[in-house]
Design a protein around this ligand. Structure first.
Ligand SMILES: Cc1cc2nc3c(=O)[nH]c(=O)nc-3n(C[C@H](O)[C@H](O)[C@H](O)COP(=O)(O)OP(=O)(O)OC[C@H]3O[C@@H](n4cnc5c(N)ncnc54)[C@H](O)[C@@H]3O)c2cc1C
Length: 380
């Protein structure tokens, strides 16, 4: 397949990619099927990733991180999707939660959590979504009431990535009754606090090795020093980090689609019906050619977004554009690829079936694509 030159990476990145690829092929791919059955990625995989320096690559060296810019993280994200590994919640841990701690947490919070996160000894989660609200963060009802030097947290969260594995959760809770932008705060809850309870590991249609869970908080007491950022300014902090989260989803979309397109070219070249391969049908070649062309266009665009992000210039609208466009392409092209597999495409043992199921969540989380269109429309 053609690939446009990707000049956002340099020779240092080649080494990181090699390490990430070897790790994915040796430590993830052979076990992913089994993890889909247990519904969780074991701690040993986190520790191995940490040992190889693949976690928290974007965190400064002084906090145990790799000291790289976002491109290093992008490489691991791409390599995981290349092998269809939607189970490990590494990106959420390293590139979504860790930046909240680095950019908004106190020095004590950074020193306590970032080094063990980089080693894979501690797993992180972030809990925004509740049974009653997801897209509308202003409607969050989990409460954190201040009493002396403590917050008392009560409420419930759902759909939380790393929910069973997490050693701590950054909880988005209401600290003041207002309907405007303020009133929410980000507060760390350690998993061993009395009153913290993990609920069900949710049965999903895809991403089956990912321990997406319900979490409950029954009057959990945490010290006020667990506050990340400014009290009542949680929404503002969330907004400042969302472009990176959306860019991650766009990168996953492009890499997953590329992998499935390659699988499909190979499959159709080998599948013989009516005395020829399915690749020989003009329809198959045209579908794959169009898919390849669309993928290249989006890859170039997402690479441009990565470069802008590294330069500190990726804004909310650009990130929303990348997330929406890349995930819509992913869902459409992987569905087209599944069709070209015939019945085999519907069988779980084929990568295209898993990728098809995994892709569906991409249009929902990180802000539903309808919310992305709203964000883009506001700029028109
Ligand atoms: C696999 C998976 C992992 C997840 N991991 C996490 C996690 O780690 N932490 C976390 O906090 N959450 C997580 N989520 C939750 C995710 O962020 C929410 O599902 C998402 O924000 C949508 O919220 P909702 O499900 O409550 O849907 P709702 O908010 O009820 O929205 C339902 C639908 O309404 C429509 N809609 C919503 N808003 C608008 C609008 N403004 N304009 C037009 N239409 C609209 C869209 O079609 C949307 O899909 C995860 C979800 C999944 C599926």
């Amino acid at each position: 397949m053609i690939t446009f030159p990707r000049d956002i990476f340099d020779s240092e990145h080649d080494l990181i990619r090699q390490t990430a690829r070897r790790f994915c092929e040796q430590e993830i791919a052979p076990h992913h099927d089994a993890w889909e059955k247990t519904g969780v990625v074991p701690r040993s995989a986190w520790l191995k990733a940490g040992e190889l320096g693949l976690l928290c690559m974007g965190m400064p060296v002084e906090y145990g991180g790799g000291g790289f810019d976002f491109r290093a993280s992008a490489l691991l994200i791409e390599e995981l999707m290349r092998i269809g590994a939607s189970g490990p919640g590494f990106a959420l841990h390293s590139d979504i939660v860790a930046p909240y701690l680095l950019h908004h947490g106190s020095e004590a919070i950074r020193r306590r959590w970032l080094p063990p996160m980089a080693r894979g000894e501690v797993v992180a989660a972030i809990a925004m979504t509740e049974p009653g609200t997801g897209s509308d963060l202003r409607a969050i009802s989990t409460r954190a009431i201040r009493e002396g030097d403590e917050y008392i947290i009560s409420g419930s969260k759902t759909f939380i990535t790393n929910g069973q594995s997490a050693d701590f959760v950054v909880v988005v809770a209401r600290t003041a009754d207002t309907t405007n932008q303020s009133g929410l705060s980000l507060i760390i809850v350690e998993a061993d606090r009395p009153g913290f309870r993990r609920g069900r590991k949710l049965e999903k249609i895809g991403m089956k090795a990912q321990d997406t869970s319900e979490l409950f908080f029954d009057d959990v007491r945490v010290p006020v020093s667990n506050l990340v950022g400014q009290e009542h300014h949680g929404l503002h902090h969330l907004m400042s980090e969302l472009p990176q989260e959306r860019l991650i989803i766009a990168i996953q979309a492009v890499s997953a689609t590329r992998a499935i397109l390659e699988h499909t070219v190979e499959f159709t070249r080998n599948r013989k019906i009516f005395g020829k391969t399915t690749f020989d049908f003009q329809n198959t070649r045209f579908v794959l050619a169009r898919a390849s062309a669309q993928l290249e266009v989006i890859q170039v665009f997402v690479d441009r977004c990565i470069a802008l992000h590294v330069a500190g210039r990726l804004d909310a609208t650009m990130a929303a554009t990348a997330k929406m466009t890349a995930t819509e392409m992913q869902n459409k092209l992987i569905d087209d690829c599944l069709q070209l597999h015939g019945g085999y495409g519907y069988m779980w043992e084929y990568p295209v079936a898993r990728a098809w199921a995994d892709a569906r969540a991409q249009r929902i989380y990180g802000g539903a694509n309808e919310v992305m269109t709203e964000l883009i429309a506001r700029q028109l």
